[in-house]
Design a protein around this ligand. Structure first.
Ligand code: MIC
Ligand code: SF4
Length: 680
């Protein structure tokens, strides 16, 4: 009997290589396309090189792989530029497309030029689900997983359950797709959504263009879902036509009547009822109506990032600013999402309005979003159209960052205060500028900043390795029989990968693990590094203890790789987010959950823990006993205390941890020279 299916299920079943569509079960998916960005890319390609060492054939197995340079573009020293050269030479060698710095943010460019409805995309960046706006299954992962997928092996994940988000009605003037994304965050928060896909449906989709859908799909990443996806319909075709890619279109929708059986639940969102919203400091789910924040003085406004930097976003901003001046006390920064966007707003006169109004025009990169430029002043209020406002991410610890739509941002840039844009419209007599997402039916397209090498790789291309490229990727020791270690740090709930492995001014060390490791947990506790190294020197493992939702946010595998480099062998948490959990496993760190969350309160930083028979228990998938021997110095309060933890690893994950990580696991398998043969 045929079942009625969701879009998610249709794409997964069309790509499944192992397992079956059963939420919670491990599945292996064939990956059609990959993307990397430079901040995660150097490590991903170093690992790819390691995987391919000794393999005769060099051709990658994906249909398309693109290497973007969009994060580390400051070039205040040789490091970034050297990394770019490395990436470029790797792309030439392996037949990977290379998007030069300045061409745009990976997710925006990928949506414009490469994303295809119905296909799968694996990206070494957590906002890869942006491609869900076009009906592609885009999933974020660590660089090593992406490297493995490029070599042709399936990508393993826990089969997601599908939540349907039914959109009804139509957005009111001055309310935008960003407000929908923030509404979803208000409903679902940043925790507890691991293992789900948000699938959008309903008549409300009619009025949402692909870039607007992409804004909504983009911020599903903040909820922690595996991905978000929209149908591929007439609006999708219109967008693809305007990108001269009509041939990439297929129609894709969920079976309609009765509703797909695999929706685990359905939530209705009435677009007419959504009001302008803001995510207040310091979390993307701290949502309030803009009307409630009116009057707060604003020092900085930053418009851009992979969430909100499309042609429509920036033209709307330009129209609001047209003929006016930015408030004297406000700094306005505008970073177009891609060179295509910059080109099109230039032709449409938008750039002129932005410049005349007094905007600082930044290059088409992540820039302010990753905190490596345009850091706000001490205690400043910064309104940003990006997707994350964790404390300190902007580059300024004391800054208060509010996440808002480009419309709210533009209005605040004029008034110098947080202002409800609907009120602004009424008071100023300005009509809401309705901008078509596609300029006069067609975008201006120029792909000359995307270097297209031969797809068949060339063995004689020399790989450039500047001094910023550290040693080859480290490998880690197999898990011991009894794991003894020290709780080197105990952290609370909602610890993001920005807390674990800061970006901003530390970003340039991404290719040099030994150096970057010096900054593990720097924003929370700058003594972590020396304690961890001290324990390592004494031959003891380090253990991290954490609360709920550990490892939220980015896909950066460095948040696992650098701790592993410092001898971290286990994380014991109340819960761990999906991508980070996979990254821990990939680098041989055992992810453990407290069986009883209240045990978290009993364990203290400095305690010595022992997990006996860990290999055996893992192999038998049994609960584990942790003996807390009390603090290593002083009498300690925890002597004799015992608690239980569980690992919930699949067979494959278990073997990876036992082997000391994915690289060691792959290398230890017969025929491993062989990722290429193992794959398709
Ligand atoms: C981010 O937005 O935090 C990043 C920087 O894009 C990361 C990737 C990285 O750390 O390089 C992400 O979202 O995965
Ligand atoms: Fe770049 Fe920010 Fe998007 Fe991350 S969230 S990819 S840093 S623009």
């Amino acid at each position: 009997m045929s079942v009625s299916r969701s879009i998610t299920r249709k794409i997964i079943e069309g790509h499944i290589e192992e397992g079956k569509f059963e939420p919670g079960e491990e599945i292996g998916l064939r990956i059609d396309q990959t993307l990397t960005q430079d901040a995660t890319g150097t490590m991903a390609y170093l690992q790819l090189e390691s995987l391919l060492e000794g393999a005769g054939e060099l051709k990658l197995k994906t249909e398309l792989s693109v290497s973007y340079v969009d994060h580390n573009t400051i070039q205040s020293g040789f490091e970034n530029a050297d990394d770019h050269r490395y990436l470029r030479s790797i792309a030439r060698k392996y037949g990977i497309l290379y998007s030069k710095p300045g061409n745009g943010i990976c997710h925006q460019v990928h949506l414009e030029r490469f994303a295809i409805p119905g296909k799968t995309l694996l990206g070494s960046d957590s906002h890869t689900p942006t491609a869900g706006g076009i009906g592609m299954l885009g999933i974020g992962a660590g660089g090593l997983d992406v490297a493995v997928a490029m070599s042709g092996a399936p990508f393993y994940l826990s089969c997601p359950a599908v939540i349907a988000l039914e959109l009804r009605g139509q957005l009111r003037p001055w309310v935008t797709a960003k407000d929908v994304a923030l509404k979803v965050l208000e409903l679902f928060t940043t925790r507890g959504n691991v293992g789900y896909v948000f699938e959008y449906r309903g008549e409300g989709l009619r009025t949402l263009s692909v870039p607007e859908r992409a804004t909504i799909a983009n911020m599903g990443a903040e909820c922690g879902v595996t991905t978000s996806i929209f149908p591929s319909d007439a609006n999708t075709l219109r967008f693809l036509r305007a990108q001269r890619r009509a041939q990439d279109w297929i129609e894709l929708r969920a079976d309609a009547d009765p509703e797909p059986e695999d929706y685990e639940s359905k939530v209705v969102i009435d677009l007419d009822e959504i009001v302008p919203l803001a995510a207040c400091p310091h979390s993307p789910d701290n949502i309030k109506p803009v009307a409630d924040l009116e009057g707060i003085e604003v020092n900085q406004v930053c418009i851009g990032s992979c969430t909100n930097s499309s042609y429509k976003d920036l033209m709307t901003v330009a129209k609001i600013l047209e003929g006016k001046k930015v408030h004297p006390d406000v700094e306005l920064v505008v970073a177009p999402g891609s060179r295509q966007v910059l080109d099109n707003i230039t032709r449409a006169g938008g750039l002129r309005s932005l410049i005349d109004a007094g905007a600082r025009i930044a290059e088409c990169t992540c820039g302010f979003c990753i905190g490596n430029s345009y850091a706000p002043a001490t205690d400043a209020v910064s309104l940003r159209t990006s997707n994350r406002n964790y404390r300190g991410r902007s580059g300024t610890e004391s800054a208060k960052v509010y996440l808002v739509s480009p419309v709210v941002a533009a209005v605040a840039a004029l008034t110098g205060r947080i202002t409800d844009p609907r009120e602004f419209g009424l008071e100023s007599g300005m009509k809401y500028p309705e901008i078509d997402a596609v300029p006069e039916g067609m975008y201006e397209i120029d792909d000359s900043m995307i270097l297209q090498p031969e797809r068949s790789a060339s063995t004689d291309t020399e790989i450039y390795r500047g001094p910023n490229i550290g040693l080859p990727p480290p490998r880690f020791t197999p898990l011991p029989d009894t794991l003894s270690g020290v709780v080197t740090i105990k952290v609370g709930d909602n610890i993001t990968t920005d807390h674990i492995m800061p970006a901003g001014r530390r970003l340039k060390y991404r290719s040099n693990i030994a150096k970057y490791a010096e900054f593990v947990f720097e924003p929370l506790d700058d003594g972590f590094y020396s304690r961890a190294v001290g324990n390592q020197a004494k031959g003891r493992y380090n253990i991290i203890v954490a609360g709920e939702s550990y490892g939220q946010g980015s896909s950066r595998e460095h948040a696992a790789l650098c701790p592993a480099f410092l001898g971290v062998k286990a994380v014991i948490a109340k819960s761990i987010e999906r991508i980070h959990r996979s990254n821990l496993i990939n680098f041989g760190i055992l992810p453990l959950n407290f069986d009883s969350p209240s045990d978290y309160d009993e364990v203290e930083q400095g305690d010595e823990l022992e997990i006996p028979d860990v290999r055996q228990r893992l192999a038998r998938n049994e609960q584990m006993r942790v003996i807390d021997k009390g603090r290593s110095r002083g009498s300690g309060n925890g002597s004799g205390f015992e608690f239980r933890v569980c690992s919930h690893l699949t067979n494959r994950e278990r073997e990876i941890v036992l082997a000391g990580g994915l690289l060691s696991y792959i290398k230890s398998r017969p025929g491993s020279r062989g990722m290429m043969q193992e794959g398709r």
